[in-house]
Design a protein around this ligand. Structure first.
Ligand SMILES: [Zn+2]
Length: 49
């Protein structure tokens, strides 16, 4: 079954962007939604253009 859950690092990287509300620290990934990005750490939301 595990072959159906292959993780491609490149595509995983594209699904997240770093939240800019943490003094430039990396590791605060924002999750992608259909129309926005949200940070799970601070709740910051960025709407897609
Ligand atoms: Zn954040």
């Amino acid at each position: 079954m595990s072959e159906y859950f292959e993780v491609n690092d490149d595509s995983l990287e594209r699904k997240y962007k770093n939240c800019d509300q943490h003094d430039g620290q990396l590791g605060y990934k924002m999750a992608e939604h259909s129309d926005r990005w949200t940070c799970g750490f601070c709740g910051h939301t960025e709407f897609k253009k």
